[in-house]
Design a protein around this ligand. Sequence first.
Ligand code: SF4
Length: 147
Amino acid sequence: MINSLFRLRSLNGHLWSSAFLTIGADHFKGGGSLGVVAAIATDVAVMYAGRIAELAPANELFRAPLHPYTQGLLRAIPVPGVTKRGSQLPAIPGRVPGLIGTMHGCAFRDRCELASEECASSPVPRYAHGSDGFVECFMAAPGEALQ
Ligand code: SF4
């Protein structure tokens, strides 16, 4: 599978060089899948509750994630040579909200340690992140406001 992905990437260049992280964090237990994403993707979109929370070049996103959800996901990955075998990895508390019906504010707010009142009532702003990326969060404002 991984060899096939690398072959597709080299055959098709940019078309096959993106990958997505999704809300299925269980898929990333052990961190192996994230290692694959880091190796093959040029850009990574982190989705939460059906929306892209953060989109950035892969190296930038893994080096300095801006969205609290991305930060939580990356904290939950064991680091070779650092994480002790059998140790408890930090998990993001809470559950993904139901996706039926209209949602106001930030879908991650019940699980976010930075959440404030405005996160519950206002549309979450989108800020530019690098040349083509963005992040949607009140607390992360790396670039110009996009909406
Ligand atoms: S918008 Fe608010 S609740 Fe959502 S991730 Fe940012 S700080 Fe947390």
